[in-house]
Design a protein around this ligand. Structure first.
Ligand code: 13P
Ligand code: SF4
Length: 346
């Protein structure tokens, strides 16, 4: 276990150019308290790539994208999983580990994609498109996963859809991720409204292979092709990376699109004069801290309010009070587990 001074040294090395010393002392103190409790309570801390820099670089045992953290959650032998991420991530950890206590440090850390669809919506779609397999993005709640055949993340959506070898696939709920997968796989996509399937589709007059939904990430939907044009005008040599929750037009105008960890790996491995990430802004800070020699441009006006709910202070309270406990009813968990395990197998 690191001492308070060692934690301070780690944070200062990575963040002293963006965070004042007095603040780093406070953050190192919090991280130290968290570390002690983590050991006492036999807990593991998983930190999503969007966590704020001081948290990201101090307390997690593992950091990563949704898929990597899902795998880590499946492997852990600790008694408590503290998920520094949003609720659907904590739920996925609970689905995989029913006997462990799973904590998410804020009860307010939701997700606009997870809110965009209900289990009943999925059942209705199944009635409208009988026999068509349902793929749901990991950014959904457990009851929606339970109605699905297989889950996917931004890191494996293409592979999951291709693995089904089905003429048609229902892909929920992210309109833009679905649009990006359709573009990459050469499939045509339709978006039925809540209750109505387009008449041409019902009559078999429309050739389509994917059925989508109108869910969107409230952060990524805000990036536009105009943002890209403006930045390229000022910095013609910039390399632009967009998360696949951005619209297909935005990913099409970017140089690379991938999951949060795939973007991190790209910046680490590919030399460019400068980079711009179209995703939650904290990740740019985290990458800049790991790669001080690389120049990161910032578009920080669009932030994820849910991820920002997770702080060092609340993570400490989460361990002290063992809050906020994630529960998933057993009948839902068992069905959701099948969809998550199928994804992990792929
Ligand atoms: P990743 O799976 O790429 O980490 O993305 C999760 C997410 O919520 C992006 O907004
Ligand atoms: Fe959900 Fe978007 Fe926030 Fe990711 S960035 S947690 S998809 S609202």
């Amino acid at each position: 276990m690191k001492s308070k001074d060692e934690l301070y040294a780690v944070l200062a090395k990575k963040l002293s150019h963006i965070v004042p010393e007095s603040e780093l002392v406070i953050k190192a103190g919090l991280a130290w308290e968290i570390q002690k409790l983590k050991a006492e309570k036999n807990a593991v801390i998983l930190g999503h790539n969007y966590m704020e820099p001081a948290l990201f670089h101090s307390i997690p045992d593992f950091t990563g994208d949704s898929l990597e953290l899902c795998r880590k959650a499946a492997e852990t032998d600790k008694d408590i999983i503290v998920f520094c991420g949003v609720r659907f991530m904590g739920e996925t950890a609970k689905i995989l580990n029913p006997d462990k206590k799973v904590l998410v440090p804020s009860p307010k850390a939701g997700c606009s994609l997870a809110e965009s669809i209900t289990a009943e919506d999925v059942r209705n779609l199944r009635k409208q498109f009988p026999g068509v397999p349902v793929v749901t993005y990991i950014n959904t709640y457990a009851d929606v996963k339970a109605e699905s055949d297989v889950c996917c993340t931004s890191g494996n959506a293409y592979r999951v859809v291709e693995s089904l070898q089905s003429d048609k696939v229902i892909f929920l709920p992210d309109e833009y991720l679905a649009g990006n997968v359709a573009k990459d796989t050469g499939k045509t996509i339709i978006y039925p409204t809540k209750k109505v399937v387009p008449k041409s589709a019902r009559n078999g007059n429309l050739d389509y292979q994917m059925i989508g939904w109108h869910g969107r990430c409230e952060v990524h939907e805000l990036f536009t092709v105009e943002d890209i044009t403006d930045v390229r005008r000022q910095f013609p040599d910039v390399v632009i990376l967009a998360h696949p929750e951005c619209s297909p037009e935005v990913t099409g105008a970017s140089d690379f699109s991938g999951s949060t960890s795939e973007m991190i790996a790209y910046v680490r491995d590919v030399n460019a004069p400068r980079y711009l990430l179209l995703t939650e802004c904290s990740m740019g800070d985290n990458i800049a801290a790991e790669n001080p020699q690389k120049e990161m441009l910032r578009l920080c006006s669009h932030r994820c309010p849910h991820m920002q709910e997770i702080t060092l202070e609340d993570t400490l309270k989460a361990l002290q009070n063992e809050q906020y406990v994630i529960e998933v009813p057993e009948d839902i968990r068992v069905r959701a587990l099948q969809a998550v395990e199928r994804m992990i197998a792929i």
